[in-house]
Design a protein around this ligand. Structure first.
Ligand SMILES: O=C(O)CCC(=O)C(=O)O
Ligand SMILES: [Fe+2]
Length: 215
């Protein structure tokens, strides 16, 4: 089956869908391009990422115990971009050709510079990521995180860190790009909840800039 058969999507693409536009989230800096990569390119990127990345169960460290999270993942980046996530220390794998190409596109098209990426593979609608902020000290005070999505559309939710009140839901489309910056991590948490009826997988890459000295 061709990748184009996997992700039913017959929206007409408006000429502007490749531009990052601000989303309304009080105090935060959140931008979204629904079609950062055109359909055929997104299909090819999905297949390349699926096949190139050595996916493995994502391990969380919860009160000193290792627990498998409901998704596969892979940490990729420059050799010195060591990262501590959920209490576990990750030494990144070397850039694969497609992930490196995406990193270079983000620099060339959007002026965003990254030295690492957490790749996530949600096998179907039962795979999730729970509420968290990406606020580790290695990312600095106001991290810029670029989140590229390929495959099944899923709902990305944000809620207030202080009140836990729901703040925004964004449907992250196949070939979309979401950029979180400014106070987004300080003020909000995000999650990708289960979604019944989704049989197709989704790949998400969250590009980050790690300052190894701050770790
Ligand atoms: O899959 C997503 O859209 C979000 C992933 C995420 O929040 C993370 O990797 O920190
Ligand atoms: Fe995150």
């Amino acid at each position: 089956m061709a990748a184009s058969d996997l992700f039913d999507d017959d929206r007409a693409s408006s000429p502007d869908a490749s531009r990052l536009r601000p989303l309304d989230l009080a105090g935060a800096d959140l931008r979204y391009a629904e079609r950062a990569w055109p359909r055929a390119e997104a299909d090819a990127l999905y297949v390349a990422l699926r096949d190139e990345i050595p996916w493995a169960p994502h391990v969380l460290n919860i009160f000193g115990r290792e627990v498998a999270a409901p998704r596969l993942s892979c940490w990729i980046g420059d050799a010195d971009a060591v990262y501590v996530y959920s209490g576990a220390r990750f030494t990144p794998l070397a850039w694969t050709p497609t992930v490196a190409r995406l990193r270079d596109m983000l620099r060339e098209r959007h002026g965003l510079v990254f030295n690492s990426v957490l790749a996530n593979l949600y096998r179907d609608g039962r795979d999730t990521v729970g509420w968290h902020s990406d606020d580790e000290s290695e990312l600095g005070a106001e991290p810029v995180i670029a989140s590229a999505s390929f495959g099944a559309p899923r709902t990305f939710r944000l809620r207030s860190r202080r009140t836990r009140e729901a703040a925004l839901s964004v449907e992250l489309a196949h070939g979309s790009l979401l950029v979180m910056a400014g106070a987004t991590q300080r003020l909000y948490q995000h999650a990708l909840p289960r979604r019944a009826g989704v049989a197709a997988p989704r790949i998400n890459l969250t590009f980050r800039r790690i300052d190894a000295r701050a770790g």
